[in-house]
Design a protein around this ligand. Structure first.
Ligand code: B12
Ligand code: SF4
Length: 475
């Protein structure tokens, strides 16, 4: 069979809370989910596998996208779905069906990813979707392909949702993959690797990597429904083997996108030691929590080439951090940033405004903390109750959000869905003003502008910074 996996275009993304300059400039990351699936299928089956990343290839809903699909002539197409990309997913599926008609064949459509995992039945009820895969897709998708190929029963496939005579059959979620070392490394030669970049990485070729799956923490606003809450990690050797392959492919920088890379301290030390032992000169960055960082760890991370750490700080008061169930203290925040500076590791701090019980005074304290810890970048958003989070459940329970509008959207995806915030203490307009104030107070400081000026790496970095800087001053 011919199998095609698609990352859909992003023309109709539901935009939540990010200022437009961040959205426009964020760059392109490889679609790691479908890349894992494609590689798994390549290893364990004999089918023909292709990937189209419509975002990086800048494909629209026109002839060129249709021609690409037509040329591959797929029997089954898998599309990756986030709640916020659902409209583009539907447009992509309609296009695939059109191609199918022009080829006189029925192309089966399967979808997977975070959205179908949260809303499996709503998703399978959407027109033209034949199969929904929930959770980690590698094993269930392979089983689905084999069952379709052999015309065998679908009932045994855990993680599969489909319809039989208009009745929804939900086989329940598959078990999480315990031994992540058993998965083949995502085959990045299936995508145009040189086209991936990041707003943070100047002109370098970047890729993303996952060295673990699942996050054991329970922040009120966050959900990782599809990869689970139990932390599962790859061994140091396995991780560094993949890094080495990336390096050989000409990749300059690896963004490690694990929810929290530093959950297992010893594993982090082992990964660093392995990189140092192999003398692997590669730039990489991580996402971590301030309560999992210490001096020895930072020293080792620096030695091993880790250049940047992203920390979720969220708020400048213990009160709001508690409300968010963040499990960190202001002291830990200050310490993590002080130590990162000591070891010359760049930092990016994420803040959010508009939390339950947050006052304007609290937001001022967040701005004050941002200036005090003085990271290289901040990223501030308005807290948005996303589907399947505890925060969204609370918002519905307390009537802060009046109806389960994300479920409604999952049933009837329409372009004009309006993202709702926790508007108990501030109106939407007030939150936008406070967001602007936060950005301006941080990035508009002469000391920050001066530091950025001295850190310019090359002419393209200079142009990018000027462009972004102007946008910040305009917001
Ligand atoms: C890296 C990342 C990004 C990157 C790159 C996206 C990309 N191309 O993959 C960037 C920065 C661009 C990004 C942007 C956004 N992201 Co994002 N992102 C992530 C992150 C941190 C990792 C994704 C990843 O690589 N995972 C690793 C792989 C192995 O997992 P996976 O992709 O989920 O794939 C597995 C399964 O889901 C399933 N699967 C996935 N696709 C398919 C398809 C088929 C056919 C099948 C069978 C199975 C299947 O099988 C895979 C292997 O097991 C996740 C969080 C997370 N922990 O996953 C959020 C996450 C996916 N992002 C999220 C959001 C909200 C966004 C944005 C809307 C943010 C915003 N406000 O702008 C945008 C939308 C982007 C877009 N239009 O595509 C949410 C989605 C929530 C939801 N309800 O849909 C997540 C879950 C984080 C969260 N909880 O907030 N993101
Ligand atoms: S915000 Fe980060 S630490 Fe908290 S639950 Fe989500 S991934 Fe885990």
């Amino acid at each position: 069979m011919k199998i095609l996996l698609i990352n859909p275009p992003r023309f109709n993304e539901v935009v939540a809370d990010n200022p437009s300059f961040i959205e426009e400039e964020r760059g392109n990351n490889p679609p790691l989910g479908i890349l894992y699936i494609a590689t798994y299928l390549k290893k364990y089956s004999k089918h023909d596998i292709s990937i189209i990343d419509a975002q990086v290839e800048k494909l629209g809903y026109d002839q060129s996208f249709k021609e690409r699909i037509k040329k591959i002539n797929p029997d089954i197409v898998g599309v990756t779905v986030m709640t916020f990309t659902l409209i583009d997913v539907i447009k992509t599926i309609n296009l695939i069906k059109e191609v199918g008609r022009s080829l006189n064949k029925r192309i089966n459509i399967a979808v997977g990813g975070p959205h179908p995992t949260i809303f499996p039945e709503e998703t399978v009820n959407l027109p033209n979707i034949d199969f929904v895969i929930t959770g980690e897709g590698e094993i269930p998708f392979l089983k689905l392909i084999e069952a379709l190929n052999n015309k065998s029963n679908l009932k045994q496939i855990k993680g599969l949702v489909y319809k039989e005579n208009e009745k929804i059959i939900n086989n329940g979620q598959a078990d999480y993959i315990e031994n992540l070392d058993s998965l083949p490394f995502p085959d990045r030669t299936l995508i145009p690797i040189k086209k991936y970049n990041s707003i943070l990485a100047a002109d370098r070729i970047v890729t993303t990597m996952f060295t673990s799956r699942g996050c054991p923490y329970k922040c009120l606003f966050c959900d990782r429904p599809h990869l689970g809450k139990r932390f599962r990690a790859r061994s140091a050797k396995n991780v560094v083997d993949e890094m080495e392959i990336c390096k050989k492919l000409g990749i300059d920088e690896i963004l490690i996108y694990d929810d929290t890379f530093t959950v297992d301290r010893q594993r982090v030390l082992d990964i660093c030691d392995e990189i140092i032992k192999r003398n692997l000169e590669i730039i990489w960055d991580i996402r971590a929590r301030v309560n999992t960082i210490d001096e020895e760890l930072l020293k080792k991370l620096k030695e091993a080439g880790c250049t940047r750490i992203h920390f979720g700080v969220e708020a400048g008061t213990e009160k709001v951090l508690k409300t968010l169930n963040k499990g960190i203290t202001i002291e830990q925040v200050e310490n993590a940033f002080k130590l990162s500076k000591k070891y010359k590791i760049d930092t990016l701090a994420y803040f959010m405004i508009g939390s339950p019980a947050e006052t304007e005074e609290d937001i001022k304290k967040s701005i004050k903390l941002a200036k005090k810890i003085n990271p290289n970048f901040i990223h501030v958003t308005i807290l948005t109750p996303y589907p399947a989070t505890e925060l969204y459940r609370l918002a519905l329970e307390k009537g802060v959000i009046k109806n389960d509008y994300w479920r409604e959207f999952a049933r009837h995806p329409e372009k004009n869905v309006i993202t709702q915030y926790w508007e108990e203490n501030f109106s939407k307009a007030e939150l936008f003003k406070l967001l602007q104030k936060f950005y301006r107070s941080f990035y508009g400081r002469p000391s920050y502008l001066l530091r950025s000026f001295f850190n310019i790496k090359n002419i393209s970095d200079f142009k990018k910074k000027i462009k972004t800087g102007l946008k910040i001053l305009r917001i």
